[in-house]
Design a protein around this ligand. Sequence first.
Ligand SMILES: Cc1ncc(COP(=O)(O)O)c(C=O)c1O
Length: 434
Amino acid sequence: MRNYSNQETENFRKRAHDLIPSGAHTYSRSDSVFSENAPAFFTSGKGAICRDPQGREFIDYGLSLCSVTLGHAFPDVTEAIKHQLDLGNSFSRPSLLEGELAEELLDLFQHGEMIKFSKNGSDVTSAAIRIARSYTNRDLVIRIKEQPFHSFNDWFIGSTSKSGGVPQVVKDMVLRGSYNDIEVIKNLFDAHPGKIAAIILEPMTFEEPKNEFLQKLRSICHQNGALFILDEIITGFRWDLKGAQHLFRVEPDLFTIGKGFSNGFPCSALLGKREFMELGTLEGPVFLLSCTNGAELVGLTAAKATLKVYKSQPVISHIWEYGKKLMEGMDRLIAQYDLRDIIKIQGYPCRPGLFFHPTEFATMLELKTLFVQEMVKGGVLMDQIAISFSHGEKELSKTLETLDSALNVFARAIKTEDIKGCIEGKTISPVFHY
Ligand SMILES: Cc1ncc(COP(=O)(O)O)c(C=O)c1O
């Protein structure tokens, strides 16, 4: 593919904004969530590296919203898909692969007795909520207020600041608990006796579960006749091959997987106990994840090939080890520049989180913008940190070298209290407040 000039790229950008609300089909890929100098588009990716239209290369720590866990254009996956393409992609009866992959995933996840596939994380988490509501004959759901996303569907998005178009009755159906705060959850159950269908949460984002928080949540749910649902769209295939539920020894009634097990190709799944999943049979009351492309074979083939790599190569341990080195290296540099009060790197090595603490003269988003901007200058796209099997020593040392230069600028801006003056363009803005 030829390289485009800066002007041509800007023209593409203008055209995209003219035709697509916010210029991108996923909000978190849009211009507003990156610094202005970030690549406007990506045209290709290989391993841990992505290329923009001008031919610039970036180490990718976004990995398509954390979904490309093996690396871009990973040969085992692309070869399997190429082979499948010649055999057809979508039929009017199920494929054999649907059953094969179902069996493989149910063997992997101890707490899954039945499974249903779909194409994205939003739909499978919504399906879990629908089953819980149907099973309990209740409407209320608890979600955790510190966790940013479960679904683009009404039940979840109605509980965020971007809730336009969601009926008030739907908005009123979601209650907000707090992570690691069991008392808040107990109070919600006490305040709404016999009304709560389920709790849904990610087993962990950047804060570790404390004092058996997940096990206690599960017990409270069951004492109150509610279902305990884990959203493992990000944690599955990253914390552990068998999910964070395996690492934390906790047993969900229903759980979802998505990003991670098909290396960026569309495949997601709802799994859970037979007692609940059976509500979604044709004889049962729940219309469960039935859509035209639900079992198309590119996604399923990608999932099968990705799982094969996970099982035969040390994908999970690589992600953890790389993350550990990255966190240590980053923390060392942050300390060296005396920025530990402002930039914090937290979470587990398999998914480090970057946090910026506001100062009197700069907001959290201004600090983040300057950081992302300076990393982009060195060829590292790090608005968040997702690590793949393809991130290696070369990427690690280039990342830390770039960070050194970025923190140099950052530390000077802190010293002169002029973060705003160092931002070249607009400040990052979040998609919504959750
Ligand atoms: C934890 C979690 N659950 C669900 C989703 C929704 O997945 P999708 O974007 O595939 O609909 C996301 C997406 O960011 C997520 O991070």
